[in-house]
Design a protein around this ligand. Structure first.
Ligand code: AMP
Length: 459
């Protein structure tokens, strides 16, 4: 089976507190970040510098059964949920990754994707290092340990940051420290929360609600956050860092109750829906969403158009995300089981169906078919983001270019292929409006990658 996945999507979290029970908070946090990856979950706890990791394939609730958590002692812990790339469904690639370096035990959780991982691994291998996995994260851990030497983990991280190119959010624990790092482009989110007796670093602010933590701020692109018994301090980003948050985090990936770099994910999606409604006037009886990520946009569309919002599909809550199935065949079956039509709301009606994005076209094609079978008389499909035309090399799972439907077909051809009465994409101009500025990586829509992508990362 050819690998049609390029990269990883993950969620990371770290807790520093006074008491020796950081791991249970990580566990709750992983539940809140579960949407960021469902293949594996892991926690590494740090008790006075001795790190104890536990990870397995499965959801957080499946992995941490019985009394596992009670064995993960320590006032510092980090956690990770992972969606794997094809060929990497084994436990070795689950995180956090733990090792022993000259400074002691170290554990690292990584979200994102390096574009120069191959050359970094080559250099490290030439120096005699061996790798257990093909993941970028292991190269990052090795780099940090090597450059940290026997003296300073901070120096190790700073030096590694000079060498790493691509997207990385890191949560690390070593010695008495919890450390957070965001790459100089800030491609993926990381934010800081305050607990009554400590601190949290999390991919998304939605985890703070679960932990009763207060949102403090986002980690800046290129910034290093260090938390220890003296509190929180930082190493400022160097001058050239430039915010380029992945817009697909807002479009699809993040949870709607999160706020990323000051932008409410829910408001962003609702605004996209409103702007979509302003693009052309469609006569219809019902605006409906493909649950869940299409819902805020459909609500926005309904508000702006005056067409009532209603539910046309029910989502089976006990399944993971459709996309998070490693093969195309599994994905197609998954759509069928995951979403079923509320026939009564659809029959004899003209419906506008809103999804957050169309990638391969698998989901929408299947849904249009189901809605037709349920008796919809007109089906107008709207994507609350522009056509996905370019692969992502920075950690969002998009397929190779030739599997993107908007690369293969024109808009009219896609409309015909999915058997819709009309097809509208949010315009790039309106996407920019919804973001409120140009501080985003929108490469999947416009092909403007924030940095040069070496050929080795594309193959
Ligand atoms: P597709 O069926 O390939 O067109 O994928 C589009 C559907 O998958 C939409 O319903 C999105 O909500 C969802 N989706 C889009 N991008 C991703 C992604 N990177 N990972 C998982 N699901 C995604």
């Amino acid at each position: 089976m050819p690998d049609d996945k390029l990269h990883e999507e993950c969620g990371v979290i770290g807790v520093y507190r006074d008491e020796n029970d950081a791991a249970p908070l990580i566990y709750y946090g992983l539940y809140a970040l579960q949407h960021r990856g469902q293949e594996s979950a892991g926690i590494a706890s740090n008790l006075n510098g001795a790190i104890n990791p536990y990870k397995d394939l499965g959801l957080a609730g499946e992995v941490f059964r019985g009394d596992i958590l009670s064995k993960l002692n320590g006032n510092i812990a980090i956690g990770h949920v992972r969606y794997s790339t094809a060929g990497e469904h084994d436990l070795r690639s689950a995180q956090p990754l733990t090792a022993r370096c000259r400074l002691g035990d170290i554990s690292l959780a990584h979200n994102g994707n390096l574009v120069n991982a191959e050359s970094l691994k080559e250099i490290l291998t030439d120096q005699g290092m061996i790798f257990q996995t093909t993941s970028d994260s292991e190269a990052i851990l090795n780099l940090i340990c090597q450059y940290g030497g026997a003296h300073s983990i901070e120096a190790g991280i700073k030096n590694a940051m000079h060498l790493m190119k691509g997207a990385y959010v890191l949560v690390i624990t070593i010695g008495n420290k919890l450390i957070g790092v965001r790459d100089p482009y800030g491609l993926h989110p990381l934010c800081i929360g305050k607990l009554k007796d400590g601190w949290v670093l999390s991919s998304e602010s939605c985890a703070f609600e679960a932990l009763d933590a207060e949102f403090v701020r986002d980690v800046l692109p290129g910034e290093i956050i260090i938390i220890d018994e003296n509190g929180l301090h930082n190493i400022e980003p160097s001058g050239w860092c430039k915010k380029n948050l992945c817009v697909f985090e807002l479009v699809y990936f993040a949870r709607p109750d999160s706020i990323l770099d000051g932008v409410s994910v829910y408001d962003f999606r609702r605004t996209c829906g409103m702007l979509l409604a302003s693009q052309n006037k469609i006569d219809a009886d019902l605006v409906m969403a493909i649950p869940d990520s299409g819902i805020p946009a459909a609500i926005g569309y309904a508000e702006a158009s005056g067409i009532p919002y209603g539910e046309g599909l029910i989502k089976n809550k006990y399944m993971g995300r459709t996309f998070i199935q490693p093969t195309q065949e599994m994905r197609e079956n998954a759509v069928r089981i995951k979403l079923s039509v509320i026939r009564k709301n659809i029959e004899g009606r003209r419906v506008i169906v809103i999804d957050d994005s169309i990638v391969r076209g698998t989901t929408i094609k299947r849904i249009v078919k189901n809605l037709r079978e349920a008796g919809a008389v007109e089906i107008h499909v709207c994507s609350a983001s522009p056509a996905v035309k370019f692969p992502c090399y920075f950690g969002i799972d998009t397929p190779y270019r030739d599997r993107l439907i908007a690369v293969q077909k024109s808009q009219a051809e896609i409309c015909e292929y999915i058997d819709a009465d009309s097809l509208t994409y949010l315009s790039e101009e309106n996407l920019l409006k919804a973001c409120g500025g140009d501080l985003y990586c929108k490469a999947c829509f416009d092909g403007n990658y924030p940095m040069e992508v070496p050929l080795s990362a594309k193959s």
